[in-house]
Design a protein around this ligand. Structure first.
Ligand SMILES: [Zn+2]
Length: 263
């Protein structure tokens, strides 16, 4: 599933393509009946919160939001030429501006929401480390209240927004925290380290366009293979101690870690 950096990157990419323009909104697949509500509306802002995208639209004097969650299979396609090619039959939503066209296929969620629903969706999410003006205070407070394993809680979007299965393993590996440790036994200093790692690695993911944590681990951590992109996730050997990387099922998915280095 795409992690937070993918959605932030999509928002950054689509902003200059669509914001300020009136779009023709259609659902070639026919499954997004609300597309008509956005047709002819002007896109005023595109923002990511965790794994969610919100497009603000001005339809006359009315403000509307498009809420998108890509889920496992959702993806965007971009067309610069005019007219754009005929959409594939699987396109849930086509937004065609005067120059640029964005197609959305296979999302988990694609819906039109009003301001109240949009605010409720955002408020339910934990702080998103990629966003500016966020702090780890609420994240730390939530950790302090639960014995659920830290490796599981990092995937809870209501605790911290945007972290997925790859980043949780990498963040915990670099912080040297065992993913099975109860969250309320993570010290305040460690909370800060987790937050700082989440922020820096996920922001780097936007720049790199992919998850590439081995570039940021420091010179003392040389991965076994120069082209290795992660330290723990789906790896065999620990870059620190040379021991085997193990995995444990947490929140329904395997969390990779070094049992020797992560305590
Ligand atoms: Zn190790």
């Amino acid at each position: 599933m795409p992690e937070g950096h993918t959605l932030h990157k999509a928002a950054l990419k689509q902003t200059p393509l669509l914001v300020g323009t009136e779009v023709r909104a259609t659902s070639p697949q026919g499954r997004f009946l609300e597309a008509g509500m956005l047709d002819g509306a002007r896109v005023t802002e595109i923002e990511a919160y965790g794994k969610h995208l919100f497009y603000s639209f001005a339809q006359g004097r009315r403000a509307l939001w498009l809420h998108v969650h890509l889920g496992l299979a959702g993806r965007f396609e971009y067309f610069k030429r005019q007219p754009p090619p005929a959409p594939r039959s699987s396109v849930r939503l086509r937004m065609a501006g005067p120059v640029n066209t964005v197609d959305l296929r296979g999302p988990l969620v694609c819906e039109v929401v009003d301001a109240a629903r949009r605010d409720a969706l955002v408020e339910r999410l934990g702080p998103d480390p990629i966003r500016k003006h966020t702090s780890h205070a609420r994240f730390g407070a939530r950790l302090g209240k639960t014995r659920i394993a830290i490796g599981a809680i990092l995937l809870d979007q209501e605790v911290i927004a945007g972290v997925g299965n790859v980043y949780r393993a990498e963040i915990l590996y670099l912080a040297r925290i065992d993913p099975r440790r109860p969250s309320n036994q993570v010290t305040p200093d460690e909370v800060e380290v987790l937050w700082r790692l989440a922020r820096s690695l996920m922001r780097a993911g936007i720049t790199d366009g992919r998850i590439l944590t081995t570039k940021y681990g420091g010179t003392d951590l040389e991965p076994a293979h120069p082209r290795q992109r992660t330290y723990a996730y789906k790896q065999a050997r620990c870059a620190r101690c040379g021991g085997p990387i193990d995995h444990v099922k947490l929140a329904g998915r395997p969390c990779y870690f070094c049992p020797r280095c992560q305590t």
